[in-house]
Design a binder for this molecule. Structure first.
Ligand SMILES: [Zn+2]
Length: 932
């Protein structure tokens, strides 16, 4: 929700008459020039600042000019400046986007002439109606286009270490409000400019703290370990799943304004890259949008090159493929999403630019390359991004009707595309095995703004049978291409340019939810009812009413299964170790048994309430099945983070928090502490880079300690965890204690890069990490096989499963056969050997041509047959290695249960451990089946 905070209409008007020559603020102008390292890194747009006696400059409010070396602004000061401006001028209004996780306010300022600002509702109504062409005649659309205005939304500092944009936007908003030159008047009259100075407000304040700490400690800064609560750089990878507060605030504002352009300001490559990308372009993006990217980029490159700025270019840097970037909020909804990368000053510094040959070569897309060895200051960065933004704002203002027409046309083409090309709809059966996750997927699509219907009765469409209550996502809607893109298969060819991020994300696959394309257009004439609320699956207990002695809950791999166990942690539960039948009904291995005998009515009431609210189904029975079982005793979980990066750990923590799975948060340094280790049964150690040695050794112990904690000097640090010194790692002593903890019966769960830590440091035997030579499997969805369905880790899973994997690690596991042949054929020796060898629970499909489900795969023979999930016995404990990423960016819900099953069965992973075939006589088989 947004509400106007300050309505400044009554404030004395700033002169609107064109003045021949507006006076400059001489002191401010002097400082701009002083902080620019050379005049050639400035333009006529930013080398001066106009003065207005009634409107305060950033210098007047903050005491410094944006781009002052050593000065970065906290969020409160930035917001204070925006409000001071709004109090002094009727050309700006301030709205709130909502608060961050930590309660900091995300702002958006609207800048236009006073008449436009007084009628914002009418202009928002125009873009809202153009966004959905259904029921809008061409004449009606033309009338809206004629009286509408394009809305251009600039956003700063999504990425916290990219520091220049909030400083720049304070100055830009001042110019837009004050300058009475013809270009500015045109912008204010013909366009609505939205400015959000900081998107990641929590991370910004931490970055300013870290930077200031470095200024007063000889340049030594803590790494920016935390940005937002859960995501760091991946706050720009959330647009598929919309999980973070930041993303949801931005999306809500999109639906409020339907901005014509959304423009993020980033920092990395020299000196200014404006986005178009190399392709391949996401298939949901209309070709008109891709041409608009090019149109705008061409304006900026040409205009800034004309003004003498070296190093302004386009085309390279990224691909344009994945829809997970924040600006896909616009690109996925028929608007324009774009970004700049400008050359950072690493805080607010001046330094010598070191530009490598590959970044300064002359290319067709970079005829005017950046320069090596020049002095580069934060003010240069501000000049570049501000000048470019003004070029873009000016161009869109002058071509408003064209951009509004394109917006409407794209929306119309999206509906038309869905009406005339298959798939015409996506069917999500409501009664599928993972019906809770299916409902979650439907709710995610609804959050995306996609309309979802339910079948009013059963019907056939083509060869498909639709049941009453099934979910149907029609493609003939404005966001139909977006829905199709999220649900469909991605084909990223090996011959395409190198991918920038994930290449495949097919949501039905990674969430293990059945989704079916409908290729018969008669679906449009079937009885379908639009969902007007999120769907909620209700659970129930069927079976015996009286004389019930237990509830049986069949394993389905739904995440709520784990939620159920942890929510009712005081109630005893057991897992069946085999399939069984009871009352003519069969149950899978992993079925949870909740005995009621002697448990009292309260237990029964709690179980029924939890089943209902979590959507789980149980069968009440009058006799306890005789199948082998073990108790699901609830473990104490430790979630481990490093002090170098929490990016990947944050997504795991998010999943645990969202599902209310309790844990103790531990740093790698705390693994040195035996009492800490003794306080947990399971350690979940998410990926933290790909260098396990770094996790052990930590950072170089040179110089003074580097703290990460809340102090008067650094009030925004600490919070999630604190340390007096971020440098030490696990240490060899910590490693030895961790080893002993596992041997005594602990369960260590590792994923991705951290799966290589136990392998390299000899926790257990029989697994090695092999290097890829040809493999290109970048962030994609692959077919895996569940190899050991008797393992508790596989409870509830069918024999194949789509999994997310990205490039590494490749785990090679010794098989019993290969090891057994070296040894005596004595059966007891073989069986003992089997007990010490890893158990492959899930492996990648053994045939390279059957491996790929969605995304890029090349050189697949190196991945084929490799282990995806391995259970490595180690003393009395276990190490479970995930080569896949079970908690990938809140996307991979299909694999969650592989981790949750490991956790829930933490001290029973030995159940039905495989026995060598040659020794498996009837007696041993029975023994193994009882196994613990
Ligand atoms: Zn960035």
């Amino acid at each position: 929700m947004m509400r106007p905070l300050i309505l400044a209409l009554a404030v004395a008007c700033v002169a609107t008459a064109a003045t021949a020559q507006q006076p400059d603020d001489t002191e401010y102008t002097r400082q701009i020039r002083a902080f620019t390292s050379e005049p050639r890194f400035n333009t006529d747009l930013t080398d001066h600042l106009p003065a207005d006696s009634r409107v305060p400059t950033p210098l007047a409010v903050l005491g410094y000019v944006p781009g002052t070396v050593g000065r970065l602004s906290h969020v409160a000061d930035i917001n204070r400046y925006f409000r001071a401006l709004a109090a002094a001028s009727d050309r700006i209004r301030i709205f709130t986007l909502g608060n961050s996780d930590e309660g900091r306010e995300m702002l958006v300022a609207a800048i236009a002439d006073p008449a436009t600002l007084a009628n914002l509702d009418a202009f928002r109504d125009v873009t809202r109606r153009l966004a959905d062409p259904r029921g809008l005649s061409e004449a009606g659309a033309r009338e809206l286009i004629a009286r509408g205005k394009p809305i251009y939304w600039l956003t700063g500092s999504l990425h916290s270490p990219e520091t220049g944009s909030p400083e720049m936007l304070m100055e830009l908003v001042y110019r837009l409000v004050v300058d009475d030159g013809p270009m500015y008047r045109s912008i204010r009259e013909r366009e609505i400019v939205l400015i959000t100075p900081v998107l990641e407000v929590d991370g910004r304040d931490r970055q300013v703290d870290v930077y200031n700490y470095g200024r007063s400690h000889s340049g030594v800064r803590p790494p920016l370990v935390y940005w937002g609560r859960y995501t760091a750089h991946d706050n720009n990878r959330d647009a598929i799943v919309l999980s973070q507060v930041l993303t949801r605030n931005v999306l809500a504002a999109f639906f409020e304004w339907h901005p014509t352009v959304m423009h993020d300001l980033h920092e990395s490559v020299p000196f200014l890259y404006t986005s178009t990308g190399t392709g391949p372009y996401n298939r949901a993006v209309d070709a008109i949008t891709i041409n608009e990217w090019n149109t705008l980029a061409t304006q900026e490159v040409t205009e800034l090159t004309k003004r003498g700025l070296p190093g302004v270019w386009t085309h390279g840097f990224y691909d344009g493929w994945a829809p997970n970037f924040l600006f896909f909020v616009a690109n996925g909804r028929n608007s324009i999403g774009r970004f700049y990368e400008t050359y950072t000053s690493f805080g607010a510094e001046c330094d010598t630019a070191r530009i490598g040959p590959s970044q300064r070569s002359v290319e067709w897309f970079r005829p005017n390359p950046p320069l090596d060895g020049v002095r580069w200051c934060i003010r240069n960065n501000i000049n570049y991004q501000q000048s470019a933004a003004l070029v873009a704002l000016d161009y869109v203002a002058r071509n408003g009707p064209q951009f509004l027409e394109n917006f409407w046309l794209k929306s119309r083409r999206a509906v038309e595309r869905g009406r005339t090309t298959a798939p015409y709809a996506w069917l999500i059966p409501a009664g599928q095995p993972r019906r809770i996750e299916a409902a979650e997927l439907v709710n995610l699509l609804r959050l995306q703004g996609v309309e979802v219907h339910r079948a009013g009765r059963a019907f056939g469409v083509g060869t498909q049978q639709v049941s009453e209550g099934d979910y149907v996502v029609r493609m003939d809607q404005p966001y139909g291409p977006l829905a199709d893109n999220l649900l469909g298969i991605q084909t990223y060819r090996p011959t395409d340019p190198a991918p920038y991020d994930d290449t495949g994300w097919t949501l039905g696959a990674v969430r293990n939810v059945v989704t079916l394309p409908v290729t018969d257009s008669s679906v449009f004439s079937q009885p379908l009812t639009l969902l007007t609320d999120d769907v909620r699956v209700r659970g129930a207990a069927t079976g015996a009413d009286a004389g019930r002695v237990a509830f049986l809950i069949p394993a389905t791999t739904e995440s709520n299964f784990a939620v159920f166990r942890f929510r009712l942690r005081q109630i005893r539960m057991f897992a069946a170790e085999d399939t069984f039948s009871l009352d003519g009904r069969s149950f899978p291995a992993g079925t949870v048994m909740v005995p009621l005998t002697g448990a009292g009515r309260d237990t029964e009431r709690q179980v029924l309430a939890a089943l209902d609210s979590l959507g789980l189904t149980a069968v009440a029975v009058r006799q306890v099945p005789t199948v082998a079982r073990h108790e699901l005793d609830v473990p104490r979980i430790g979630l481990v983070h490093s002090w170098t990066t929490t990016q990947d750990e944050g997504w795991v923590r998010y999943a645990f928090d969202r599902l209310a799975i309790p844990y103790t948060y531990l740093s790698t340094q705390q693994l040195r502490d035996s009492s800490r280790l003794a306080s947990v049964d399971v350690l979940v150690f998410p990926q933290a880079g790909f260098n396990p040695r770094m996790l052990v050794t930590g950072m170089p112990m040179t110089g003074p300690p580097i703290p990460w904690k809340r102090t008067p000097e650094t009030p925004s640090l600490g919070g999630y965890d604190s340390t007096d010194d971020v440098r030490p790692g696990i240490g060899l002593d910590g490693l030895a204690r961790l080893d002993a903890w596992v041997r005594r019966g602990g369960l260590l769960i590792t994923e991705g890069g951290t799966a290589t830590l136990p392998v390299q440091f000899g926790f257990g035997r029989g697994v090695s990490v092999v290097d890829a030579r040809q493999l290109r499997a970048r962030g994609a969805v692959f077919r895996s096989q569940v190899r050991d369905q008797a393992s508790p880790i596989a409870y509830g899973y069918a024999d194949t499963l789509p999994v997310y994997f990205s490039q590494a690690p490749l785990l090679q596991v010794d098989s019993l056969d290969s090891r057994g042949s070296e040894r005596a054929r004595d059966s007891s020796v073989l069986r003992d050997l089997a007990r010490t060898l890893p158990r492959v629970i899930v492996r990648f499909h053994p045939r390279a041509d059957s491996l790929l489900i969605s995304g890029l795969l090349d050189g697949g023979s190196e991945l084929a047959g490799k282990a995806a999930v391995v259970d490595v016995p180690h003393g009395s404990g276990h190490v479970v290695l995930f080569a896949i990423r079970p908690f990938w960016r809140w996307e991979s819900q299909g694999a969650f249960a592989l981790a949750f099953n490991s956790i829930l069965n933490w001290n029973d992973l030995g159940a039905r451990w495989p026995t060598p075939r040659s020794t498996r006589g009837p007696a041993q088989a029975a023994q193994a089946d009882r196994g613990r």
